[in-house]
Every structure is written in structure tokens, then in C-alpha cells.
Design a protein around this ligand. Structure first.
Ligand SMILES: [Zn+2]
Length: 58
């Protein structure tokens, strides 16, 4: 599953729960940006937990 953001083809590893929009799955960098907005909850996808951790080593 790829990131839901336009122009982004990184693998999605986080589901964002967005109060004013539909839930979407995004890559770790986009989850960091979008997850800073008030009310947004970032929920790591279980299958991708290892990928998420690796992203943190950049
Ligand atoms: Zn992305």
C-alpha cells in the first residue's frame, strides 16, 4: 500500500485518524507532518512497524 499523499510513492506505514476528513494511510515522513495537526491521531499499521522504526534512522 502506497502513501495516500499526492506525488508520494513511499510505502504507507501509518494510518491517520483525521477528525475533519477520511482516515488515510501515509508514509512515516508524511505521518510526522500531518500528525502534528490538532486532533489527528497517528496509528502505526501493525505490519509496517519495523519499517516505521527504520525510517527513524535517517
Ligand atoms: Zn508520503
Amino acid at each position: 500500500m502506497d502513501c495516500a499523499e499526492n506525488g508520494c510513492d513511499r510505502p504507507a506505514c501509518v494510518e491517520l485518524h483525521i477528525p475533519w476528513d477520511e482516515n488515510r494511510v501515509v508514509c512515516a515522513p508524511h505521518a510526522r507532518v500531518l500528525g502534528r495537526q490538532d486532533g489527528v491521531v497517528a496509528d502505526p499499521l501493525p505490519d509496517s512497524a519495523d519499517d516505521l522504526l527504520e525510517e527513524g534512522n535517517d
